[in-house]
Design a protein around this ligand. Structure first.
Ligand SMILES: [Fe+2]
Ligand SMILES: [Fe+2]
Length: 286
């Protein structure tokens, strides 16, 4: 292990100021929407405190992906027409763009590639949840999809220095890419991502998605299905070459996740052939 990298990461993680930030309103809204007794009026009020978010949100609510055909000119109208969960998903797109739409050097992702990958995983994860008739969790699959790789934004600069070592470890030792990250830097991009979400005060279920997206079978039982939506979507996007970067070829599709979700070979092929359609949506969102 490179002790100096581990120590540097320890200090970044314990000093929250050095982790990426998003507007405060997002954490509040996401927790409000998570509450089954949520009051729509107070959600609209909370969002409206952030003018920049509100303007961009209304624009996105009128995009082909979110729009239901009726023009949306106010937050109240957005919540009534699209539903509170869809509005929350749209806020996530608006609020995380500045963090995720950047070059991720060590992972070999030019500007825009991680963002495209994250949006594609989000759309596909939601499609998988809907395909499995789990409408109640579809919005969480989408949100989790957007942020699943957020840890890479912090690790990128360190990975750049030790990428050869990580790769050598993967190729010689039969360990997974994220295990090699842990062995060499003391952290993998999943754990760093989870720490970022803790700073953002996001709900547990989203932390589980980020923490276990490459190892869904390790997730707590109650979250395993939802983590698996993002895991399978991520694997399909990597197979399709979307945001593959330097590590994409070293991540494996978990058979246990496929079994847990009951995805048949036919469905898997269908999801794979839906990718061009997914990319069309991504263009409208990015
Ligand atoms: Fe990942
Ligand atoms: Fe990913």
């Amino acid at each position: 292990m490179h002790i100096s990298i581990k120590e540097r990461l320890d200090s970044i993680i314990s000093n929250l100021d050095q982790l990426p930030s998003i507007p405060d309103v997002v954490g509040k809204v996401i927790n409000m929407v998570n509450d089954p007794n949520v009051d729509f009026k107070s959600v609209a009020q909370e969002i409206s405190r952030d003018q920049a978010i509100t303007t961009n949100l209304l624009k996105l609510c009128n995009s082909a992906y979110f729009s239901k055909g009726k023009e949306i000119t106010s937050l109240d109208r957005a919540i009534v027409t699209l539903g509170i969960k869809e509005v929350k998903d749209a806020i996530m797109v608006v609020a995380t763009k500045a963090v995720l739409n950047r070059a991720i050097l060590g992972y070999d992702l030019a500007k825009g590639m991680l963002w495209e990958h994250d949006l594609a995983v989000a759309v596909l994860a939601k499609n998988i949840a809907m395909m499995k008739k789990d409408r109640a969790n579809a919005d969480i699959a989408f949100t989790g999809g957007i942020i699943h790789d957020v840890g890479k934004t912090v690790l990128a600069i360190f990975v750049q220095n030790v990428f050869k070592d990580i790769l050598a470890r993967v190729e010689s030792g039969g360990v997974s890419f994220q295990q090699a990250e842990r062995e060499i830097m003391g952290y993998d991009h999943q754990e760093v991502g989870e720490r970022i979400l803790a700073k953002w005060k996001f709900p547990e279920v989203l932390k589980y998605i980020v923490r276990y997206h490459h190892e869904p079978e390790q997730a707590p039982k109650e979250a395993r299905k939802i983590v698996s939506y993002v895991h399978v979507a991520n694997s399909i996007c990597l197979m399709a070459g979307i945001g593959i970067g330097s590590d994409g070829l070293y991540h494996e599709l978990s058979e246990r996740a496929i079994t847990l979700l009951g995805v048949t070979d036919e469905e898997l092929n269908q999801l794979y052939s839906d990718v061009p359609e997914v990319l069309k949506h991504v263009q409208g969102l990015s």
